[in-house]
Ligand binder design. Structure first.
Ligand code: CP
Length: 316
């Protein structure tokens, strides 16, 4: 598998060797950031590059962590977040919008509600032999590769790279959650080391077609709606919110509360791609197993590592 990366379009591109390279790079970058000299060195790394962040859907952490990753590495950044302010509002196609961005910048980070948007972008870049790099910052209800990357980076840091024997329990709206799906996909790089538990109500279970495509039959994968029992065996608990921007229920069926913590393993870890609503109550935040704020911070550094990898820049 190649360790170079031109565009990051889908989670399947992130194989184990590449993940490890990016995780090591991210650790080095955050260490450099500890000193003023290091920060100046970081700032010079991509100072000849320009980026546009094209976010057609709302975002807090993906948008601002990419914006700040670009700033840390010295890139110039512009953004397009208001759907009424670009010529998309006049009926311009995604292909033409991306073609236009590609004429101005070296990198285009794209979040879009349409599952096909990122592939349309790739198609136009390849068809016109454009040098602009593309990164998928979340497409439709299917994929979110940089989220998957930061999630697994969090586990690598927390467990010092050893995920052997871990039961990873993914909870919530598995039908529409792109973060949950991307996380499940990237975990398959660690198969058969990890086992999966999928916790959802029957209305929001993982699409069996997705499971057939991305979860090998040999994987230990248990589906249940018994949240309280699943908590007890979880080494990693990955909570997600209801994705009611696609319609349907907004109220979470499962809610992690302080009273549950005593039933969980002492060395378990609790992750959430965020934003959260009521599925993790704020009083859980102070438990040492709650890693989601750290997970969010890890997103900044793994995205810095990703940008360097995409532009083929090494840390000297
Ligand atoms: N996890 C995630 O994608 O969050 P944002 O929507 O805030 O970017």
């Amino acid at each position: 598998m190649p360790n170079s990366l031109v565009h990051l379009i889908q989670t399947d591109q992130l194989h184990k060797d590449l993940i490890n390279i990016l995780a090591e790079k991210a650790d080095e970058l955050r260490e450099l950031n500890e000193s003023r000299d290091g920060r100046l060195q970081l700032k010079s790394m991509l100072s000849d590059k320009r980026a546009i962040l094209f976010f057609e859907q709302p975002s807090t952490r993906t948008f601002f962590s990419f914006a700040n990753a670009c700033h840390i590495l010295g890139m110039s950044v512009t953004d397009c977040r208001d759907n009424t302010a670009s010529s998309q509002a006049k009926g311009e196609s995604i292909e033409d919008t991306i073609h236009t961005f590609a004429n101005y910048v070296d990198l285009c980070v794209i979040r879009h509600s349409q599952n096909e948007a990122i592939n349309k972008a790739l198609h136009v870049v390849e068809a016109f032999d454009l040098s602009t790099r593309l990164v998928n910052a979340g497409n439709g209800d299917r994929d979110h590769p940089t989220q998957a990357l930061l999630d697994v980076y969090t586990l690598i840091r927390h467990y010092k790279g050893d995920l052997k024997g871990k039961t990873v329990t993914v909870v919530g709206d598995l039908a529409r959650g792109r973060a949950a799906k991307a996380f499940i996909k990237i975990l398959m790089q660690y198969e058969p080391e990890v086992s999966l538990q999928l916790v959802s109500t029957s209305a929001y279970r993982l699409d069996p077609k997705f499971r057939r495509e991305f979860v090998p039959e040999s994987t230990s994968c248990h589906e249940t709606s018994d949240f309280e029992s699943a908590l007890q065996s979880a080494d990693v608990l990955y909570m997600t919110r209801m994705q009611n921007e696609w319609g349907g229920d907004s109220q979470a069926a499962f809610q992690l509360m302080n009273r549950h913590l005593a039933t969980m393993k002492k060395d378990a870890s609790i992750l959430h791609p965020l934003p959260r609503r009521e599925e993790i109550l704020p009083d859980v935040d102070h438990d040492e197993r709650a890693l989601y704020w750290e997970q969010e911070k890890n997103g900044l550094w793994i995205r810095c590592a990703l940008l360097l990898k995409i532009f083929g820049v090494e840390i000297n």
